[in-house]
Design a binder for this molecule. Structure first.
Ligand code: LLP
Length: 418
């Protein structure tokens, strides 16, 4: 549980401040219990009996996090050969890994196929290549349903984007499949990321099921309606109603199964929904700068020991993350400030125009809801090491990735001997 008690932020049974002291800052902290709760809430909301959840590990690919979902019975949504390999190494059955690549090279395709993952094809050209290499085998296809949604234009994948086979080209797709004797066992679509209402996901499910009936596909075993399930980041946002989503999908799949004569598997592949609110980034205030504004007033910059290299979502998508001073949660707001990082770009802003209590150097801040697309999008920009990651399980805490060192930063350079 990540909660404030008496003005102090707790992660499991630990005070956030205590963790910052023990492991140093910046530090990613995850609460295992929150991930389990998220998974169980979603899993139980979908009562259709043949349902599978694939953890979309691009959201957070730490091996210990993959293990949490493997132990819960999830499969894996992987988008690169390396995600597939990691999944195999942490013990996912290859047949429970769906590889949804985009612009996949032939070498990559062979690699993934050799590992035994199910391949989800992104284009007609890719299907041709697949058919040439593996005629007579099973395959899944990503459909672009012609519409998409998302918290930012950069994460909308349905509609006019590079992803999937458009509905208007399905006829040609089926011809290619027939030519190579391929068995289409899966249909897939993913609309985008950060969806806070059930309707678009239900609509895309309906589109895919109708497509099966209208094309006369007879071998379909699973229908993957994608991920993209959103979480509330702002104080005033409402969570996605997974009960409604679950019951609508259940209704649709029950009806369809009866018509189709087979209980096709309903697949969901969320990343953010499972891990987003399970992670915080702890950072230390290292500088506080006030600048006078023309025409009066002041602007406060709260400078931290992290930055856009460790959390790029605000810079890339204008994403909002709550910022909590871990020792004085809920204290009276006294300053209006931008929380900024230590990277040499003025766009290095983690939080803009926030009302915060009076802060001082050495105070610890928690940037909230960064379990998804936080660490997984970090970089070494400005030649800075990535933070450590720890996982809390009630009253236990485990280092799940050490902090990088200077040696890590230069390891792959050839012009230096260290
Ligand atoms: N399946 C496919 C095919 C995807 O492309 C994605 C995300 C997912 C599943 C999982 O989406 P989720 O359930 O986590 O929303 N970096 C952005 C998000 C990019 C998502 C890319 N694809 C962000 O920080 O908001």
């Amino acid at each position: 549980m990540i909660v404030a008690r008496d003005g102090v932020l707790f992660i499991g049974n630990f005070r956030a401040e205590e963790l910052a002291l023990e492991f140093g800052t910046p530090l990613y902290v995850y609460d295992r219990e929150v991930m389990v709760e998220n998974y169980v809430r979603l899993r139980t909301a979908v009562r259709y009996s043949n349902t599978e959840i694939l953890y979309s590990c691009k959201a957070n690919s730490n091996a210990e996090i993959l293990k949490v979902f493997r132990e819960l019975g999830a499969g894996l949504d992987a988008v690169s050969p390396w995600e597939v390999l990691l999944g195999v190494k942490v013990g996912f059955e290859p047949r429970n890994i769906l590889f949804t690549g985009n612009n996949v090279s032939e070498d990559e395709l062979r690699f993934v196929k050799d590992l035994g993952a199910m391949v989800n094809i992104d284009s007609i050209q890719q299907l041709r290549r697949y058919g040439r290499l593996y005629p007579g085998t099973e395959v899944s296809v990503r459909i672009n349903p012609g519409f998409g949604v998302g918290h930012h234009q950069k994460v909308v994948t349905g509609g006019a984007s590079k992803f999937g086979v458009p509905l208007s080209q399905v006829k040609e797709l089926l011809e290619v499949a027939r030519n190579y004797d391929l068995k289409i066992v899966g249909l897939h679509a993913h609309l985008g990321s950060g969806i806070l209402s059930p309707e678009p996901i239900v609509t895309v499910a309906r589109t895919l099921l109708q497509l099966i009936l209208s094309t006369g596909l007879t071998d379909v075993e699973f229908v993957d309606v994608g991920g993209g399930l959103g979480i509330p980041y702002r104080e005033d946002e409402k969570p996605l109603d997974v009960e409604v989503l679950g019951s609508e999908l259940t209704k649709l799949f029950e009806e369809f199964s009866e018509r189709y004569g087979r209980r096709v598997r309903l697949v969901l592949e969320p990343g953010r929904y499972l891990v987003g609110n399970a992670g915080v980034l702890l950072t230390k205030v290292v500088d506080i700068k006030e600048i006078p504004l023309d025409g009066g007033g002041r602007k406060v910059f709260v400078g931290t020991d992290t930055g856009m290299n460790h959390l790029i979502r605000p810079a890339l998508y204008d994403a909002y993350h709550r910022v909590v001073p871990v020792g004085k949660v809920g204290a009276e707001a006294r300053i209006l400030a931008d929380v900024v990082g230590n990277i040499c770009e003025s766009g290095d802003v983690l939080a803009k125009d926030r009302l915060l209590p009076e802060l001082k150097e050495e105070d610890i801040l928690a940037i909230m809801d960064v379990g998804a697309y936080g660490y997984s999008m970090t970089s070494n920009y400005n030649l800075r090491p990535r933070p450590a990651e720890v996982m809390v399980f009630g009253s236990e805490v485990k280092l799940i990735r050490r902090r990088e060192t200077f040696e890590d930063l230069v390891r792959t350079m050839t012009g230096l001997s260290i």
